[in-house]
Design a protein around this ligand. Structure first.
Ligand SMILES: *[C@@H]1O[C@H](CO)[C@@H](O)[C@H](O)[C@H]1NC(C)=O
Ligand SMILES: *[C@@H]1O[C@H](CO)[C@@H](O)[C@H](O)[C@H]1NC(C)=O
Ligand SMILES: *[C@@H]1O[C@H](CO)[C@@H](O)[C@H](O)[C@H]1NC(C)=O
Ligand SMILES: *[C@@H]1O[C@H](CO)[C@@H](O)[C@H](O)[C@H]1NC(C)=O
Ligand SMILES: *[C@@H]1O[C@H](CO)[C@@H](O)[C@H](O)[C@H]1NC(C)=O
Ligand SMILES: *[C@@H]1O[C@H](CO)[C@@H](O)[C@H](O)[C@H]1NC(C)=O
Ligand SMILES: *[C@@H]1O[C@H](CO)[C@@H](O)[C@H](O)[C@H]1NC(C)=O
Length: 458
């Protein structure tokens, strides 16, 4: 009797231990897929996570890393900040959701290989992206901005103050796109939470400034609506490197080579990227790429940015003249206020836009310029290029321009994604403001939006 009870207890206990063990291991498998970072995450380009360029944020999203920033001497004080910020993490656009759905259907219907990750896609993964999600900001995108605002309070404690907010010395401007408006609202929440106050602070919508590219006729005609402007991208996507990626994909799925197009591999890459940035999942889609494949996909995306938004065509950067002048006009005002009665009326200006807002402006400033242009035939020799959109404009990318009042005069610092940059042609990471003006004299005296964007201008 006793023996039987003991046996039963032992059996039950054993059973419990086994189930507990199974439960725990399923949990740990689950949690490790939830938090593990796809090996190819740093190749996501403009679909990349901000944390990939600032890995210390993975452990502490509010951490600021002072060793990434060069400051002027401690006798200087901050007097102004302009932040030009990309919207946060978003859903794919309807066009890309359609490509993703087509590729998903192909995998489910036509892939015959019984690799583990393929059966995982077929039996466990659901196509949950809907057309109406069309480029909207996701919760992670709201967080991107809320936490960025809180880090900026830490970076600039004398500028992002209750007093400056209450006295209307902090201004918010946004593009009219819902993902930007909602990013700006999240940024404002971050400011209020971080400072522990509630004040009226209505963002101003300004597309002339934040979506200048739509309003520059010459850019629209010569680049945006001109297929041959992106000839190099097309050639690369039809070239040997991309062909190899497509063939490897077809082999992995066991489908005919003709079933896979450059749109299919792009869709697969997006599925991996969006599942990670939106849901923090290292999904089975990521298994469809090895590192070289991902580098090819990254290059294809970088080529597109290069020819459509950057050094590829002169008008790309020139289209941002209006934003360039808006920035320097404000900086000049701040400098003259400091030199007269010392009261700065605009302490902080935050402008929320797109990757397409930032890239042309950075290009106009001559930043991230490689010695040889990126083209369809130099993937291999451009391995170490500085033009990498994933490093420059991930979600919530931000260009920070800071003015300092120093005993010797006003100085200017520039940071991209919270890391100091030295402007090309200048040696001091925090140069005198007048030296910056000298450096960009030609643009300050010219670069007139009206003239530059007119069709007959040469
Ligand atoms: C700050 O950045 C430096 C330079 O990249 C890095 O070595 C260091 O680990 C970072 N600090 C933290 C706390 O992550
Ligand atoms: C900045 O915001 C204040 C109100 O908060 C407003 O009075 C002022 O006109 C704004 N400045 C600009 C340049 O938009
Ligand atoms: C903006 O965010 C609000 C919630 O904060 C949400 O209700 C709304 O649908 C969002 N709008 C868009 C266009 O994403
Ligand atoms: C389209 O782009 C090509 C290549 O840059 C250029 O030669 C051509 O003039 C452009 N066409 C128009 C209509 O601007
Ligand atoms: C998938 O398989 C079906 C037949 O089952 C075929 O009609 C279709 O063309 C295939 N799709 C692709 C893209 O190969
Ligand atoms: C691409 O650039 C390389 C230099 O890196 C040059 O030799 C080559 O001719 C260019 N290819 C095309 C198609 O323009
Ligand atoms: C890129 O940089 C690495 C490390 O400095 C170097 O070994 C490699 O040869 C470079 N590749 C090219 C194509 O320049």
């Amino acid at each position: 009797m006793v023996k039987q009870v003991v046996t039963t207890i032992c059996f039950v206990l054993f059973h419990c231990i086994i189930s507990y063990w199974a439960f725990m291991s399923s949990c740990s498998i689950h949690s490790s897929t939830k938090t593990s970072i796809p090996a190819i995450a740093r190749y996501f380009g403009t679909k990349g996570r901000y944390e990939e360029v600032n890995t210390h944020l993975i452990d502490d999203i509010l951490a600021i890393n002072n060793s990434l920033v060069k400051l002027p001497s401690s006798t200087c004080s901050e007097i102004h900040l302009t932040a030009i910020v990309r919207h946060g993490t978003r859903f794919p656009t309807t066009k890309n959701i359609k490509k993703m759905r087509e590729f998903y259907d192909l995998v489910v219907r036509n892939a015959t290989n019984n690799l583990k990750y393929l059966s995982e896609i077929k039996s466990h993964w659901e196509m949950w992206y809907k057309d109406e999600m069309d480029g909207r900001l996701v919760d992670k995108g709201r967080e991107d901005h809320r936490y960025l605002a809180q880090r900026l309070i830490r970076w600039f404690p004398s500028l992002l103050t209750k007093d400056n907010l209450r006295k209307g010395r902090v201004n918010l401007t946004t593009s009219s796109k819902h993902r930007c408006v909602n990013s700006t609202i999240a940024f404002r929440e971050g400011l209020m939470t971080g400072l522990g106050i509630e004040v009226e602070l209505e963002p101003a919508v300004n597309d002339a400034l934040m979506r200048y590219f739509d309003q520059c006729e010459r850019f629209v005609k010569e680049v945006e609506n001109n297929e041959s402007a992106l000839e190099e991208v097309k050639r690369f996507n039809e070239g040997p490197e991309m062909k190899r990626v497509m063939e490897k994909m077809a082999d992995r799925l066991e489908v005919p080579y003709t079933s896979i197009t450059d749109d299919s591999v792009e869709a697969a890459f997006y599925l991996c990227a969006y599942e990670f940035t939106i849901r923090e999942v290292n999904s089975p889609w990521c298994q469809l790429f090895d590192e070289v494949d991902a580098q090819v996909m990254e290059y294809s995306g970088d080529l597109k940015q290069y020819w459509k938004r950057s050094y590829g065509h002169d008008i790309n950067s020139k289209s941002s003249c209006i934003l360039f002048h808006d920035l320097f006009h404000r900086l000049n005002q701040v400098v003259s206020q400091i030199n007269s009665d010392g009261t700065v009326l605009q302490a902080v200006t935050v402008q929320v836009g797109h990757a397409e807002t930032l890239i042309p402006l950075l290009t106009l400033l001559d930043l991230f310029k490689d010695d040889t242009p990126l083209n369809s035939t130099n993937f291999a020799t451009q391995q170490n290029r500085t033009f990498r959109s994933g490093h420059i404009v991930p979600y919530a990318a931000n260009l920070l321009v800071v003015l300092y009042k120093c005993p010797e005069g006003v100085r200017m610092g520039v940071r991209l994604n919270e890391k100091s940059l030295t402007l090309p042609g200048l040696t001091d990471p925090v140069p005198m403001y007048e030296d910056v003006m000298k450096r960009y004299r030609a643009l300050l005296d010219g670069c007139d939006q009206e003239t530059v964007c007119k069709m007959n201008y040469t």
